[in-house]
Ligand binder design. Structure first.
Ligand SMILES: [Zn+2]
Length: 154
């Protein structure tokens, strides 16, 4: 699978598009299926992120990929009023965040379906992953607030 220019989507996506590497290929394949898969260390029984060939906690090389729940909470966030890249110029303000997954790892991501307003955001608010298909090859994980635990699947 390669990112060829002939297969660009019809609508212009003006932001940088990630390029899968051997270490991140499985991660992007999961995202393409709208599933979040992370590397899991069998030696110390923990997930980690970003993907790499050895465990950053115990330096073990016995790694496998496992699907995670896609649920977590906001560890920190920032409301971006200035675009750091022209592709985002029309979207300010928007919310960037570090989300701590229920399984432990933290992802740098965007929050969506929420007002870019400090009154609408708080640390520890529960969130869940949603996927944004930005090209035929790449879907980006973003997170939205979980409205009520009573509405979600048990
Ligand atoms: Zn480990």
């Amino acid at each position: 699978m390669s990112l060829s220019k002939e297969r660009m989507p019809k609508q212009q996506y003006a932001k940088p598009i990630p390029t899968p590497s051997p270490e991140t290929q499985r991660y992007w394949e999961g995202c393409k299926s709208h599933e979040l898969w992370l590397p899991f260390c069998r030696a110390c029984q923990s997930f980690f992120f970003y993907p790499r060939r050895f465990c950053p906690q115990c330096f073990g090389w016995d790694i496998e990929w496992r699907q995670v729940s896609g649920r977590g909470k906001v560890y920190s966030y920032a409301i971006q009023h200035r675009a750091f890249h022209p592709g985002w110029a029309q979207e300010t303000p928007y919310v960037t965040a570090i989300v701590e997954l229920d399984e432990g790892p933290r992802l740098y991501t965007n929050l969506v379906d929420v007002e870019p307003d400090p009154n609408s955001l708080r640390c520890d608010m529960p969130v869940e992953v949603v996927f944004d298909d930005i090209s035929e090859e790449i879907s980006l994980p973003r997170f939205r607030p979980v409205l009520s635990s009573a509405e979600g699947p048990a």
